[in-house]
Unconditional design. Structure first.
Length: 539
């Protein structure tokens, strides 16, 4: 029994060890913390420098797993911010997601993995999985209260719905994106959100709203370190809107002479009738922006050449247009195949990881179950062993008391026995004259069968007077109930079983069974009611 605390400590320690195997502790290297802060502050040059310093240090001293995982997450986050993630990054993102999932202290890191997963799914064309990842990220980001993560998650969800032209779905997310950015006074992301709201208005052909949101994006970005990330593309689209709506003066007021705006200048000259200048711009842009753009430019060149009545050159442009349309068809097929392959690769990796994760969960569950069973079984076994020992000890005590009683009787001389019997007989004769005896033997007319609590106390005192310490000695053999004690009192007075049953409001058979049970309690052996009667009368 003294080994019980040691065994319990061992069992609990085993369980805790197995549970601890399910968790890991995240490391926080100072350079990684600084790089993370730089990414949040959009200072990507500083972030790259800090990551490079960390990699140089790690080359001489390999970091532990939590630090290595954190480094990988920062690399993914950096690529996510640059919109450079592809399906080739899926394996790393999936591993990081599984690593950080369920870690209460690393919820922010888990959100970042879900953002990266969503971006990878989006790039591979798996929009349902992308939506699931971004919604998971938004839910966890709202729990953490990290407004930057809230911005990114809303941006991802809005972009997916925008790409599907589901404007009723994307606009609320863009608005939440703007609100979260405004709450954290993040001008960069306020500008991003305004730019995206302007794009939704283009699809709805809401000219005034388009101009309002794009002007707001430019205003938010002017004279800011990130101006070149927002202003050029926003000004380009705004100029395109002005040209399409024939607001040429407004377009000229903000349209710079740079490579990005060559297309705007081409369409501007075409709209203003400057055919030669338009042809020069469209011809110079061929081969710069890809097949889809070349098709539009060649169509304009065919149209402009026909306007100049240069039909020979128009035919040349028409042949080139035909070739580009064939190339576009082949490119579309290749892109479809690439997307299918990317989706297949992502699904294959995901399936393998899910299978491995299920196997690991089953193994861990079995280990934990085994530990729980062992932890529960050891105390149970100890409890049953202790109960068995206590029962055996109690039986030994009963036998010893019975043996002592028998030995005591044997030691008494015949004279002492006779004297005790005479004293007991005298006391019993005196007891016959008491009210309680007359009540038990029905010598008091119209007396009730049921005794009161006071009557039972009086009876117990009388029995103990006749047989000294009868009650205490009897209870030392076994813990008898009140009814069982009452039966023993009445048996000691030789009250018939039928009267005992009436006094206790029980059946005769119930009294007989009770006497048999008491004998087993006292002696530890099965026996009859008569054996109990003999024992009580001689006790």
């Amino acid at each position: 029994m003294r080994q019980t605390p040691i065994l319990l400590t061992f069992a609990v320690g085993l369980l805790l060890t197995l549970l601890c195997a399910c968790t890991s502790r995240e490391g926080d290297h100072p350079l990684l913390v600084a790089a993370d802060s730089a990414i949040v502050a959009s200072d990507y040059r500083a972030a790259d420098s800090l990551l490079a310093r960390f990699d140089a240090e790690a080359a001489t001293a390999a970091p532990d797993r939590p630090v290595a995982m954190r480094r990988q997450l920062l690399a993914l986050t950096r690529r996510y911010v640059d919109d450079a993630l592809t399906d080739a990054d899926f394996s790393m993102a999936d591993s990081l997601s599984r690593y950080y999932e369920g870690h209460a202290a690393a919820t922010r890191h888990y959100v970042l993995t879900q953002l990266c997963m969503g971006d990878i799914y989006k790039s591979s064309g798996d929009n349902p999985s992308a939506l699931h990842s971004f919604k998971e990220a938004l839910d966890k980001a709202n729990q953490t209260g990290d407004l930057l993560l809230v911005c990114w998650a809303n941006q991802g969800l809005g972009d997916i719905y925008f790409d599907q032209r589901m404007l009723d779905e994307c606009i609320p997310y863009y608005r939440q994106f703007y609100t979260a950015a405004q709450s954290r006074r993040d001008t960069l992301r306020m500008a991003y959100a305004a730019f995206r709201m302007g794009r939704t208005c283009i699809i709805n052909n809401q000219i005034d709203s388009i101009i309002y949101y794009f002007q707001k994006a430019i205003k938010l970005s002017n004279n800011k370190p990130f101006e070149d990330k927002i202003v050029p593309s926003t000004r380009y689209i705004l100029c395109d809107i002005y040209i399409q709506t024939e607001q040429f003066d407004k377009a000229l007021a903000i349209m710079p002479h740079d490579t990005l705006n060559n297309e705007n200048w081409a369409y501007y000259h075409a709209a203003c009738g400057n055919t030669d200048s338009a042809i020069i711009y469209f011809r110079d842009m061929l081969g710069v922006y890809g097949t889809y753009a070349d098709i539009d430019y060649l169509r304009m060149l065919v149209k402009l050449a026909n306007q100049k009545k240069d039909y020979k050159q128009a035919a040349v442009y028409a042949l080139a247009l035909q070739d580009k349309e064939q190339e576009q068809k082949a490119t579309s097929q290749a892109e479809d195949i690439r997307r299918v392959n990317a989706q297949f690769n992502v699904n294959s990796i995901k399936k393998e990881r899910d299978t491995l994760a299920r196997s690991q969960r089953r193994a861990m569950a079995l280990s934990i179950l085994l530990a729980v069973i062992l932890t529960a079984a050891i105390p149970l076994l100890m409890f049953f062993h202790r109960s068995y020992r206590q029962r055996k000890d109690q039986e030994l005590i009963h036998e010893r008391i019975l043996r002592q009683e028998m030995e005591k009787k044997l030691r008494l001389s015949q004279q002492e026995l006779e004297m005790l019997h005479q004293q007991e007989s005298q006391k019993f004769e005196q007891f016959r004259t008491t009210r309680i005896y007359n009540l038990l033997t029905r010598r008091i007319p119209d007396s009730p069968y049921k005794l009161s609590a006071g009557d039972w106390d009086e009876l117990a005192q009388s029995i103990d007077d006749i047989c000294p310490h009868f009650t205490s000695r009897l209870l030392s053999l076994s813990r008898l109930s009140a009814d069982e004690l009452h039966i023993c009192y009445l048996m000691k007075l030789n009250i018939p079983v039928r009267d005992i049953a009436l006094l206790l409001n029980k059946t005769v058979s119930a009294i007989s069974h009770a006497r048999g049970r008491m004998w087993k309690k006292i002696s530890g052996r099965n026996g009859s009611a008569d054996e109990m009667d003999d024992f009580i009368r001689s006790f």
